[in-house]
Design a protein around this ligand. Structure first.
Ligand SMILES: [Zn+2]
Length: 96
């Protein structure tokens, strides 16, 4: 695609409605499947698991909720999951 055409494409994107904008996003970035994304986040947490409340590393598995593994901290006894303390913490989804 030549530069002029690309400029035109970009400026036409500004006129997209909310739904069209989301559709365009999903087309450009196909990995928007939430359970899959959460799986990636959990896998990262498992690499270096630590309590988001006290940074303790003595954890035990504590069932699961909302499709996410819950942990309990042996130091402060609080429970949490891989999203606790992140901007995604309030995210809800139905497990597959
Ligand atoms: Zn703790």
């Amino acid at each position: 695609m030549i530069a002029e055409e690309f400029k035109e494409l970009l400026s036409s994107l500004r006129g997209l409605g909310h739904h069209q904008r989301n559709l365009a996003k999903a087309t450009l970035n196909p990995q928007t499947d939430l359970p899959e994304t959460l799986g990636v986040i959990e896998a990262r947490f498992e690499l270096n698991p630590a309590c988001p409340h006290c940074a303790g590393i003595r954890l035990s598995r504590y069932g699961s909720a909302s499709g996410l593994q819950r942990y309990s901290c042996k130091s402060c006894r609080k429970t949490f999951n891989a999203l606790t303390g992140t901007p995604l913490a309030r995210l809800r989804h139905k497990p597959k």
